[in-house]
Each structure stands twice: as structure tokens, then as C-alpha cells.
Write a protein that binds this ligand. Sequence first.
Ligand code: GUN
Length: 300
Amino acid sequence: MTAEIIDGKAFAATVRKKVAGHVAKLTEQHGITPGLAVVLVGEDPASQVYVRSKGKQTVEAGMSSYEHKLEAHTSEAELLALIDKLNADPAVHGILVQLPLPDHLNEDLVINAIDPAKDVDGFHISNVGLLGTGQKSMVPCTPLGCLMMLRDHHGSLSGMNAVVIGRSNIVGKPMAQLLLGDSCTVTIAHSRTKDIEEVARRADIVVAAVGRPEMVTGDWIKPGATVIDVGINRIDAPEKGEGKTRLVGDCHFDSCAEVAGAITPVPGGVGPMTIACLLANTVTACCRANGLPEPEGLTA
Ligand code: GUN
């Protein structure tokens, strides 16, 4: 069997178009422009690329983008003062503090200082609790993107066996909650799981989010299963020339694609969906803040 490729790049474009449509309606009918504030502390090159991309796509969707670049030695008090200001700013509907933060800043403290209603990352402890108890919350962008692709591919996920590989707060745990919310039977596997290949082979849906290049191979996959690869790992590619690199996922694409029914590629799978969902969350937060109906199909 050769798997169907789930085209995250194309799907993300449709999500962004839907977001832009809602933004246009908010602006024309209500005079409201959703605003997203992104805070970057320090000069981590990968974070700089992400933040630039977020700002660009926010503006392309018709929303306001507010970028706050702070120096690496910024104190916790200064960062918290900025968050307080953004919490109080009615033009800002979403706030994202780019992670990782420099070591001297307490990430939990900073994230939990964000107004939960503006926490478009869904990392605030209140949103984590709301998601875990099946209440309306802001949902982390990467798992939300994975859920949208799975729903689009399968329709209902009810009764399916899902195995999430990885237990991070950003992806693994919220992904498991979302799949449970869609009535899957969910297993979270991780580095200490016994017979992990065997566990994965029972899954109708495998979500790999471990950050280990090409760890999941075709023999881990049940024939016909759907594989969602969240990993983005840069590895050496001597075959392309000296010093060259390439991006790979947490799944070994060729061997998994031979067995799976459907699979997301890297790049072009989950990655583009993350920013699309950030834009979706910003519109959702803006609608909630203004007591307006939420856009359909853009939330969990
Ligand atoms: N760094 C890597 N992924 C993320 C994310 O989803 N949100 C934030 N704020 N920082 C990140």
C-alpha cells in the first residue's frame, strides 16, 4: 500500500482563507480588526524566523500584528509589565510569547501572566484545565492543526484507537485531550513505554511528537493507519553536498508511507497548520471578547 499524502500546506491555505473571510466580516460589519501581539525575547535564530512568519501571515489575513522584540537580558519584571500592558490593550485580542525563553526567565510564571482569554497558544494553566475538562478554551495551535487534518480526512474519529507518541505540554498532552474529546481511545506513549512499537501498531491514528528524527519506522505502523508527523528535525545531508542539511520528521517517511493509509509529509504537513491555527485562535479570541458568534470549523 502507498499512503495518501495529507497536504498540510494546501489545507493551511484554506484555513487562512476562512480566517481572512471572518476578519473581513468583523471589520466591515462591526468595525473591529483582530490584533495579535507576539513577544520575542532574545535572538534565537529559529524563533526569529517563526516570529517573522507569524507577523507576515497575520497581516495577510487582514489582522493587526504587534511585534515586541526584547533584548535577551530583559528582566522578568520588564516582561511581566509588557504582558500587563497587552492584557489591558483592547486592540490586542491574542498574545503569544515565543518559547523558549532565556534561562533566567520563568516560563510558567510568564505564560500564566497572560490573560487566559488572550492566550492564543492555549498554554495558560486555566486553558489547560478547561481543555482537560471538556470546556470551551483556547486550544494549542499544533494539536488543533492535527485535529483539523484528521477530521478533514476521516470525518468522525469516534471509536478509533489513537496513539500519541510524546508527552509534551505543547503537543502530546493537549493532542491526547483533543482526541479523547472526539471519542478516540487514546494512549500516550513515551520514552519509557514498554514495547512501544507494539503499542503503535495497534493504532488507527499515530501522532508522532517526540523530536527524534525518523524514530517511527514502517514496522511500527498498522496497515492503513493514519500517520500525523509533528516532528521538524534538521539533519545532515551529505548526499546533497558537504555541510548540507535537510528537514525530516519523527517518522521515517518512505517506510511509513508504504504501510500507512495516509501520512503528513515533513515539510508541508503539520508545520503550516500551526500558524494557520494561531490566526484562527486570534479570530476566535476576538469574537469571544466582543460577544460575537465564533467562526465555525476553526475551533475544537
Ligand atoms: N516555540 C515552539 N513552538 C511554539 C509555540 O507553539 N508557541 C510558542 N509561543 N512558542 C513556541
